[in-house]
Design a protein around this ligand. Structure first.
Ligand SMILES: *Cc1c(COP(=O)(O)O)cnc(C)c1O
Length: 384
């Protein structure tokens, strides 16, 4: 018998979630965000699942290289742009799009050697104060990009919401107003909404949208779970009971003796732990499903195992299945018990727990026209 911990990825659910984005934003083109190993779901696997997206968004060149290597010919956008001027030559070779979010990146493009022009997305900081140029400088920087030999036409315009996941938050309207003011005179397509924006801010569904979380079947809001948003969970984390035993009233379970049995009761040991990405900060009471029935975590999760209260499932036996989150148990709910957000749980899952894939993987998305032979050398020398 092998260790039963598994991460199950449902590609049919992923495709249904992309279709949900299309229904909500029928006039927008979709940048599927697959940074951070596609939110823990597997970068190239999910690029294939989202083959119908119009573009992919990644955090860095390494991720873009992996996609091109896997034969993805589609438009790929570096969401943070290039980190130094040297990356520009690979951006050109790999035919990537790049975000430009600061004056330094404008200067890098101006100083770039002659070569093919790069498609650029100019990001404006309308209030989140993470990446983006000062709205007051947007017009001057746009002008410089427009005149720059290394920049392809047309330049696209981007901003990002700080708090669209709090429905009706005033910051959303403020950010939209700043964006409209600072870009009013500029031509070019707009790209504004993340998942929360796509669902809750119809005005933000511009020529392009940038869904991440919702593609993985998770609600971006604290007050709903996936099904209420018409989404289907893509990731299910499951394992099995590897021990079942009775414990006496007053005895404690797990490291740190943080939880004591209030009565004589059955407990179970599940083969999964923080070494697999199950959050160590989950409190006693965090739900899981044993044989499809709700049961509660007790004591502190350890590296490879955690302990479950079996009073609700007294007939449970060694080998019975346990779902930690996903199908039948929203990751949104588990995240609340861990004092975090679903994004972090998804990203933290480790490949150590084996992945199983449900649903067809379509053939290579669109191999494009890239001649990888020609590119492999500089890539091998440099980035990967
Ligand atoms: C991660 C990210 C997104 C996607 O956000 P979700 O909340 O997961 O939909 C969109 N845009 C940018 C710039 C991002 O970094």
């Amino acid at each position: 018998m092998s260790r039963p911990a598994r991460v199950v990825i449902d590609l049919n659910a992923a495709r249904a979630n992309l279709a949900r984005v299309r229904t909500l934003a029928p006039r927008s083109r979709v940048v599927a965000i697959i940074k951070a190993d596609a939110y823990g779901h597997g970068l190239t696997r999910m690029a294939r699942a989202f083959a119908d997206a119009d573009a992919f968004g990644v955090a860095c060149l390494e991720e873009a290289v992996a996609l091109r290597r896997a034969g993805v010919g589609k438009r790929i956008i570096l969401l943070e742009g290039v980190f130094d001027a040297e990356e520009l030559s690979l951006v050109r070779q790999l035919r990537l799009d790049t975000m430009v979010h600061c004056p330094e990146q404008v200067a890098m493009l101006e100083q770039a050697p002659a070569g093919p022009p790069v498609p650029v997305w100019l990001k404006i900081d309308t209030g989140m104060h993470r990446l983006g140029v000062d709205p007051a400088q947007a017009s001057a920087l746009w002008q410089r990009l427009d005149e720059c030999h290394a920049v392809a036409d047309p330049i696209r315009l981007v901003t990002h919401f700080a708090n669209a996941n709090a429905r009706g938050d005033a910051s959303v309207e403020r950010q939209l107003a700043v964006f409209a003011d600072s870009t009013g005179a500029m031509s070019g397509e707009r790209c504004i909404a993340n998942s929360a924006g796509i669902i809750a801010v119809p005005r933000a569904r511009a020529e392009w949208v940038r869904p991440g979380l919702m593609l993985y079947g998770v609600s971006p809001f604290a007050d709903t779970v996936a099904v209420q948003e018409g989404l289907q969970p893509v990731m299910t984390v499951r394992s099995a009971l590897i021990a079942v035993k009775p414990v006496r009233r007053g005895e404690s379970v797990g490291y740190g003796c943080t939880w004591a049995c209030p009565e004589d009761m059955p407990i179970g040991v599940v083969a999964i732990g923080y070494g697999d990405g199950y959050p160590r900060h989950c409190e006693s009471g965090t739900p899981m499903l044993v044989n499809g029935m709700r049961a509660a975590l007790i004591g502190r999760p350890s590296m490879d195992m955690l302990i479950v209260d079996l009073r609700n499932v007294p007939q449970a036996r060694v080998g019975d299945p346990v779902v930690l989150w996903g199908e039948g148990l929203p990751v949104e709910e588990v995240a609340r018990h861990a004092g975090t957000i679903p994004y972090e749980l998804l990203c933290s899952v480790r490949v150590r727990a084996r992945f199983e894939v449900i649903g067809e993987v379509t053939a290579s998305p669109d191999p494009g026209t890239l001649d990888w032979e020609e590119l492999s050398e500089p890539v091998d020398n440099g980035i990967v």
